[in-house]
Design a binder for this molecule. Sequence first.
Ligand code: SF4
Ligand code: SF4
Length: 265
Amino acid sequence: MRTTSRPRGTAASAGRADGIAALRARAAKARARNAGRVADDRAHRLLDAYLAAAERHGRPAREVIADLARGEAAWQIGMALHDQTMAAPPDILRNAACGEGCAFCCILSGGDGGTTTEAEATRLHAALAGRAGEPDGRNWHPEACPALDPDTRACRAYDARPIICRSFLSTDASACEANAQGGTEPGSGLLGSHLDYLAVLALIRETLKGMTRVPTYSLAQIAASAVGGADLATSLDTARHPSRVLDAACRDMARAGAAGRGRRL
Ligand code: SF4
Ligand code: SF4
């Protein structure tokens, strides 16, 4: 049976880290493939600061590896970046058209919905598990996120929404509406800090290569499984991404102008 609270890999392989100092050395040699040189450099600084803090606090390496593999570390780093952006909002954020009940960005054209970590997927599943059988976003639009309320068009998992949802914004709701139908209107997309989040995740995956896996999951698939009544283990198995998806997400974000939810503002 699938376990979700520990990283994959054998205890012996996880033990090879031999302390957080060894993890920091592994991270220094790893690369966030496809994120680009600048984002890769930032990801190194962010991850090393996280690991240095863990070292200062005397956290066991095994516990830190588990947090890295499940995406908890990337979540903490991503949320810190997000909070920094909110504290000193760029023009694009101050001019955002986003408001309650505006949900064209929750139409997940293509069906994947974006990359989430195990920690994010687990939280999203928990928030939706009690909603099985209720009408969902797909009753409003066939490609809408199943976490969406079809009547109010509010996110029913707002506090548990992944970082990709927190990073998406637009200065023009009509552009979002057009893009949800396959358009390429400017003004909507993901904050640049989302690339840092993805780069950190990619760097963690490379750091832990050969020790344990760092899986990612489809947001739309996790939400659909949860509201379909599937348990967490089944939902994670159904929604698991091939490893190339994180590479592609990094590449799309690194190339400004990628389409849809991958566009960088
Ligand atoms: S990103 Fe677009 S669709 Fe989503 S809330 Fe903002 S304006 Fe509305
Ligand atoms: S989790 Fe919530 S915010 Fe994210 S796409 Fe689904 S409904 Fe929208």
